[in-house]
Design a protein around this ligand. Structure first.
Ligand code: GUN
Ligand code: ZN
Length: 439
């Protein structure tokens, strides 16, 4: 955190609330030539540069991003730290992909030094893409969590992570057991939860890889630590859903398995939610848990299409996630581009305003962090991403055509065409943590 006041100047856009899929114009606030004043790492004021500049202290550092678009740092609500080595692995759907690619890659994190070598690569990918807050799965090894959170702490990132729990239907070398799951998770909660910007997530991989005794242990942890997160997968792939039905014949649905063990609650994030039914969606909404929509992953593994309209109608909270390594990009811009297409295929709409919401404030709300990050209201931690249409020839041309019309047209072109070349800088609590060209 920089304690000195700084100001970011540029075109600024953020969400005050969910714009929905219609025309709630007041949900967004924007300034064509805006100034974001930051003190002690938090937003002090936001407004037109012409109004705020004359009142600034003479010594203040103004970062001039005129010609660029400043939005809140992106929030990725589901990503796998160990899967950097399996991204873009050919040819399989979920269950075969896990066996063939994921489990062997996760084995390497048994070695703390491997995790320590991978953590900077992983966090740099987040920062260079403008992601400032993430909820990440590690591996079954507690040292994979230590490696990741220590590196995130050093960078000042807001990171939530957890050790994977799995004690069946996976290779012997990745197995824990209910007692170890409980004990190791508890020790990690005590070591990391609430330390600086870090937090812990209880992380049963998914119902098929946990025995009922282990799901009970996870539920006990969740009850004993109501402010700790829960993260897992649900209803991603049809074969997986059928498998869960055969493993838990007493359950009404896949989601019901988690509900039975007390894992469906606020601060619980359920990745995918592709094959939920209406009862599940209503139950998810009532529980206060949130869904993570993972479009690049769902398309890459051929899993299915997330029904955002049905989730909205049920009142369920949707957030957006890359799900790397089934997801094919660390970029929340690329992820929004695919989200738009997933919805197009279903006759649904992703307005540019809703897209900004999904990548920022929706994630903050899903994580119970809306008072801290997700927008630029005064008092928020000043995490920001500076987007630059000049980053590629194509986005530059597109911006030249649309930018004078409406900031939302430029933003739409940025996420439809853009990637990390369009991220000029990423700020954590008012300090530049990433600048394009720096690595
Ligand atoms: N379900 C269980 N484990 C995984 C995983 O690692 N990735 C995805 N996409 N789905 C899962
Ligand atoms: Zn996942």
């Amino acid at each position: 955190t920089s304690s000195r006041p700084v100001a970011l100047r540029g075109r600024i856009l953020h969400c005050l609330r969910d714009p929905g899929d219609g025309g709630d114009a007041g949900a967004l606030e924007g300034f064509d030539d805006g100034l974001l004043l930051i003190e002690h790492g938090r937003v002090a004021r936001l407004g037109p540069a012409a109004e705020l500049l004359p009142g600034l202290p003479a010594h203040i550092e103004v970062h001039d991003h005129r010609g660029r678009l400043i939005v809140p740092g992106f929030v990725d609500t589901h990503i796998h730290f160990p899967q950097i080595d399996v991204i873009a692995s050919y040819g399989e759907q979920l269950l075969e992909w896990l066996e063939r690619y994921v489990f062997p890659a996760e084995r390497r994190f048994e070695d703390l030094a491997h995790g320590q070598a991978m953590a900077p690569l992983f966090l740099d990918q987040l920062l260079r893409n403008g992601t400032t807050t993430a909820l990440a799965l590690c591996t079954v090894h507690p040292q994979s969590v230590d490696a990741l959170l220590a590196a995130a702490q050093q960078r000042g990132m807001r990171l939530i992570a957890g050790k994977v729990l799995m004690d069946r239907h996976c290779p012997e070398f990745l197995r824990d057991d209910p007692e170890r799951a409980y004990r190791e998770s508890k020790a990690l909660i005590e070591r990391w939860h609430g330390v600086d910007r870090l937090a812990y997530a209880i992380t049963p991989r998914f119902a098929p890889t946990s025995t009922e005794a282990q799901l009970e242990a996870a539920g006990r942890l969740a009850r004993e630590h109501p402010d700790v997160y829960v993260q897992t997968h649900v209803a991603e792939n049809r074969k997986e859903v059928a498998w869960v039905a055969s493993l838990f014949p007493w359950a009404r649905s896949y989601l019901d398995v988690y509900d039975h063990y007390g894992l469906l609650r606020e601060r619980a994030i359920y990745a995918h939610c592709v094959w939920l039914d209406a009862v599940d969606r209503a139950r998810l909404a009532a529980s206060g848990a949130a869904a993570a929509f993972c479009p690049t992953s769902n398309l890459f593994l051929g899993s299915g299409l997330y029904d955002l309209a049905a989730m909205d109608a049920a009142g369920a909270c949707s957030s957006l996630a890359t799900d790397v390594g089934a997801g094919t990009s660390y970029s929340m811009l690329r992820t929004l581009a695919e989200a738009y297409k997933v919805l197009q295929l279903q006759g649904q709409r992703l307005t540019p305003a809703r897209a900004l919401y999904l990548a920022t404030l929706a994630g903050a709300r899903a994580l119970g962090l809306a008072g801290r990050v997700g927008n630029f209201e005064p008092g928020r931690e000043a995490d920001a991403v500076v987007l630059d249409s000049a980053g590629t020839a194509l986005t530059a041309r597109r911006a030249a055509v649309v930018r004078d019309h409406d900031v939302l047209e430029e933003w739409f072109a940025l996420f439809t065409l853009g990637d990390d070349r369009n991220v000029a800088a990423t700020y954590l609590q008012g300090a530049a943590a990433w600048e394009r060209g720096s690595a």
